[in-house]
Design a protein around this ligand. Structure first.
Ligand SMILES: Nc1ncnc2c1ncn2[C@@H]1O[C@H](COP(=O)(O)OP(=O)(O)O)[C@@H](O)[C@H]1O
Length: 206
């Protein structure tokens, strides 16, 4: 607490002055929003591939006027790739390069970050973490449509069965900021959008 705040609190204790209390509270709020330069939070949308992250991110970015940062897409475009995993037919992310690229953007706030993992991001970046989940049957059909090879398909389905990403999110972030969203049907999608919009409204009122 700063010296000014200390003396303000002493003054409140002595006089019970409500106006000063209000000014102190507003000051605190201002400090919270200084975490990001433009006063918007950063949101992480994670989950198994195919669960419905992009579906949600695209709509959220439009509705909330946030910037959608799809990490897999960025990594491909900027070549933040360490090597290629032939067995699983997928590129291996260079996490450090991605972090360096994202850091200044995260400082500005107002980002929706999408990635199928979440344990390597700095915890301080995110004000909320939403994990999109999807029943195995639907997920299987979606991944089959993407022509995933058998090994990649099986490992992703297992990841969903064991709730790996949800567990990873709960282990990496404070439990109060981690939420699960369903990504199977359009109705799920609408509910999930509403949940995030409501979260954002609450955050703004804090
Ligand atoms: N809530 C939903 N309702 C209906 N279809 C969905 C929903 N979420 C995703 N899909 C569909 O499932 C497929 C995979 O979704 P996508 O958002 O690309 O997954 P991810 O980004 O998690 O890999 C897409 O064809 C998408 O249109």
């Amino acid at each position: 607490m700063s010296e000014v705040e200390q003396s303000a609190y002493k003054y409140i204790a002595l006089t019970g002055n409500v106006t000063v209390q209000l000014v102190v509270n507003l000051n605190k709020l201002h400090k919270q929003s200084e975490m990001t330069e433009i006063g918007k939070p950063n949101i992480l949308i994670t989950g198994t591939p195919g669960a419905g992250k992009s579906y949600l991110c695209q709509r959220l970015a439009e509705q909330l006027k946030f910037t959608w940062l799809d990490c897999s897409k960025i990594a491909k475009e900027k070549n933040f790739i360490e090597e290629y995993d032939e067995e699983y037919d997928c590129p291996i992310l260079d996490e450090d390069k991605l972090m360096d690229y994202l850091e200044p953007l995260m400082t500005k706030g107002g980002n929706i970050v999408e990635y199928h993992g979440c344990d390597f991001f700095p915890e301080r970046w995110f004000h909320a973490v939403f994990v999109v989940t999807c029943p195995n049957k639907t997920l299987y059909d979606r991944l089959k449509e993407r022509n995933y090879n058998e090994k990649k398909l099986t490992s992703n389905i297992q990841c969903e069965i064991f709730g790996t990403i949800l567990e990873e999110a709960r282990e990496s972030y404070k439990s109060g900021i981690v939420y699960e969203l369903k990504g199977e049907t359009k109705a799920d999608g609408e509910r999930s959008l509403k949940t995030v919009r409501n979260w954002y409204s609450m955050w703004k009122r804090k």
